[in-house]
Design a protein around this ligand. Structure first.
Ligand SMILES: NC(=O)c1ccc[n+]([C@@H]2O[C@H](COP(=O)([O-])OP(=O)(O)OC[C@H]3O[C@@H](n4cnc5c(N)ncnc54)[C@H](OP(=O)(O)O)[C@@H]3O)[C@@H](O)[C@H]2O)c1
Length: 328
């Protein structure tokens, strides 16, 4: 029997956005416990950009090459989240059936930048409510799940004050909305350009990180969540309550000051960590979108053939919310 092919974007080696190209590759077929999803939309996340460019600290590059692949990603079709339609199910699958509209996190072995993707039925896959578009659904698994993970991690409570630094990116735009849902008082930090965006998502207060009086404009917070940018820890910790939590989703625990602070005070420091991909969390988040309680911010849309431009844009670190790629 001849092997069926599908169109995908492949990343044969680490490098600039130009290493990405459209290619015809074998179409996967589901094992007995898997479903085959016809992808409708995926995204270019900051994670895709970092993997493509092997953009990790020098000290851990050899280890990351071992894990991901030496000269290029072993799983060379990137795309860490997707939405689509179930086209086929394996013989043991009971949860899904052909025609279901779903969204999935594909952080484990990527694969969103292709017309088809096979995933185990027990993976992080959720049903898309009819009122949610495929574009919106594709933009949930990474940013929204990360924001949810960190807000749970600090046990954010109604009435508490949270500072969200880097509030206009994917994680930030979801964090504002989830923190407001919990009933917290949100101060959002971005450039002036994004003031109206972060306020429209519910932020109670706004601070411009480019303002010369930025540090002096800060209050005291129960939680500081840094998603991007350079809020120095030494400044952040001065603006925490005595048992406040400082969290940074993209930096590892790197200074003695952080370790010292968490050992010698009641302040807690939570740095970049993996959050478990769970179908339950995805379903919770997508249902919130369906109920109108959470709004994915879509900055722009590209077609699969425009993936190089999409990567260049995301790499600029100017995207607002999420960048969606229409696959079908
Ligand atoms: N730990 C995890 O599980 C996990 C999961 C997902 C993501 N992440 C990490 O989280 C980080 C954030 O990802 P993201 O997708 O939310 O971000 P992003 O979308 O790439 O961030 C873009 C936004 O950041 C703002 N920005 C740029 N420079 C800034 C600065 N110096 N200070 C404050 N804001 C700045 C820009 O707004 P302005 O134009 O207003 O500056 C832009 O709107 C990434 O490093 C990603 O790798 C971690």
């Amino acid at each position: 029997m001849t092997q069926q092919l599908m169109t995908a974007v492949v990343c044969p080696k680490y490098g600039s956005p130009e290493v990405l190209s459209l290619s015809e590759v074998p179409k996967p077929s589901p094992k007995s416990n898997e479903i085959l999803i016809k992808t409708v939309a995926t995204t270019v996340s900051h994670g895709d950009v970092r993997i493509r460019g092997l953009d990790v600290p020098k000290s851990i590059k050899p280890m990351i090459r071992l894990v991901l692949g030496f000269n290029g990603p072993r799983n060379n079709i990137l795309g860490l989240e997707l939405s689509g339609i179930v086209e086929e199910v394996g013989s043991d699958v009971t949860k899904f059936q052909k025609g279901d509209h779903v969204l999935a996190a594909t952080l484990q072995n990527f694969g969103g930048y292709a017309h088809y993707k096979c995933l185990p039925e027990k993976g992080a896959i959720a049903f898309k409510p009819p009122s949610v578009t495929f574009e919106q659904a594709a933009a949930i698994p990474i940013g929204a799940r990360t924001a949810l993970h960190y807000l749970r991690r600090c046990n954010l409570q109604e009435g508490q004050k949270i500072l969200i630094y880097g509030a206009s990116g994917s994680v930030g735009t979801y964090a504002i909305q989830l923190a407001k849902y919990i009933g917290a008082h949100v101060t959002a930090v971005s450039s002036k350009t994004n003031e109206s965006l972060v306020k429209s998502l519910g932020a109670d207060e706004f601070r411009d990180y480019q303002d010369s009086g930025f540090n002096e404009s800060l209050d005291v917070y129960d939680v500081i969540l840094v998603t991007i940018g350079n809020l120095q820890f030494s400044i952040g910790k001065e603006h925490l309550t005595s048992s406040g939590v400082y969290m940074n989703v993209s930096e590892p625990m790197k200074s003695l000051e952080m370790i010292w602070t968490s050992f010698t005070t009641e302040k807690k420091v939570v740095m970049a960590e993996n959050s478990e991909e769970s179908a339950e969390d995805l379903q919770f988040l997508i249902n919130m979108v369906g109920d109108g309680k959470l709004k994915p911010v879509i900055d722009s849309r590209y077609r699969l053939g425009e993936i190089v431009e999409a990567h260049r844009y995301v790499e600029s670190r100017r995207k607002k919310g999420n960048v969606v790629v229409l696959v079908d």
